[in-house]
Design a protein around this ligand. Sequence first.
Ligand code: DAH
Length: 333
Amino acid sequence: MSAQDPLETIQTVGEACRQALLDAEDVASLQAARQEVLGRKGRFVALTDLIKTAPKERKGQVGQAVNGLKKELAELVEQRQGELGVSAATGGVSSIDVTLPGTAPAVGALHPLTKIERHLVRVLASLGFEVTEGPEIEDEFHNFEALNIPSHHPARDESENFYLRGLPHLLRSQTSTVQIRTMEAESPPIRVCAPGRVFRPDTVDATHHYMFHQVEGLAVDRGITMADLKTTLLIFFKALFGDDVELRLRPSFFPFTEPSAEVDVHFGEKGWVEIGGCGMVDPNVFRSVGIDPDEWTGFAFGLGIERLAMRQFAVPDIRYFTENDVRFLKQLD
Ligand code: DAH
C-alpha cells in the first residue's frame, strides 16, 4: 500500500477541520473545535509534519498547501466567532454585556385626539356631566328635525351632508344629535357630555376636514340661565388651559338654541380662536322630546376638539391628525 499523497492528506484533513469548525453551534463548542484543529496537540500538527517528511522537490508545494489551509482555517474561526456573537478581541468570551440597557420594544400609544378627548371628558365629568355617546349614523329626526332644523333649511342640503344612498340616514354632522337622544331617554334634571366624530363634505385644507370631533354638553334643570352656561364654560377652559384663559361669547344663531353664541377663547400669546357654539336650549327642541319648556330650561354647547388641540399644541394643519405619521403622533404623545 503506497503512502497517501501529502496533498490528498492535506485536503482530507482540511475538510474534516473545516467541518468541525462549521459544526460548532455556540461559543464553547467553537472554542473546543478550534483547540481540536489548531491547538498545540490539534489535527493540524500532523500536517505541519508533512512538510518535514516531504521529498525535497515537493517541500515547497506541500508547505504552501499547509500554510494556505492554516490561514483559511484561522479565518474560518474568526468568521464563526463573529456569527456566534463573539468578538475576536475578547478571546472567545461572549461580548454580550448583560448589564447594558436593552433595546426597548416599540410600544403603541393612544392617538393624541383620543387622549385630548378623554381629558376634556374628565374635566366635564368633574363638573358633574355624565359621559354619553350616540351613533355616528343618524336619522334626519335626530340630526335636524328635533333640533329645530326644518326640512327647507339649507343645513339639510345634500351638498352639506353625507346622506346614505337610498336611506333616510346620514353620517351625523354634529354631536347635538346626542342632546335629543339623551332627552328622549331621560327626564330632567340632565347633565351630560357627549364626545364623538362628526362628518361634513367640506373641502379639506389646513383647517377643514370631512371628519372631525366635537364634544357636546347639555344641562337641563329648573331655573338654568345663561350665567350657568358662561360659568360652566369658563371653569372648563380654566381647567384645560389655566387661569389666564379668557372666554368670549359672541351673539350668533343656531336653530336649536335661543339665544345662541359663538364660543371664543384666548390664551397664551395668540389671539382669540373660535372653538364652537352654545346657547340656551330652544323651547321647540324641548317640545320635540316632550319636555315642558315652561318648567325646564337648559343650556347646550358644542366644541371642536381638533380646534382645541390645534390651539393648545400649536398644530398648524388639521390633516396631521389623520395622516398617521408617527413623527407627528409621537410629538403629541
Ligand atoms: N352643533 C353646532 C355645530 O356643529 C355647535 C353647537 C352650537 C352645539 C350651539 C350646541 C349649541 O350645543 O348649543 O356647529
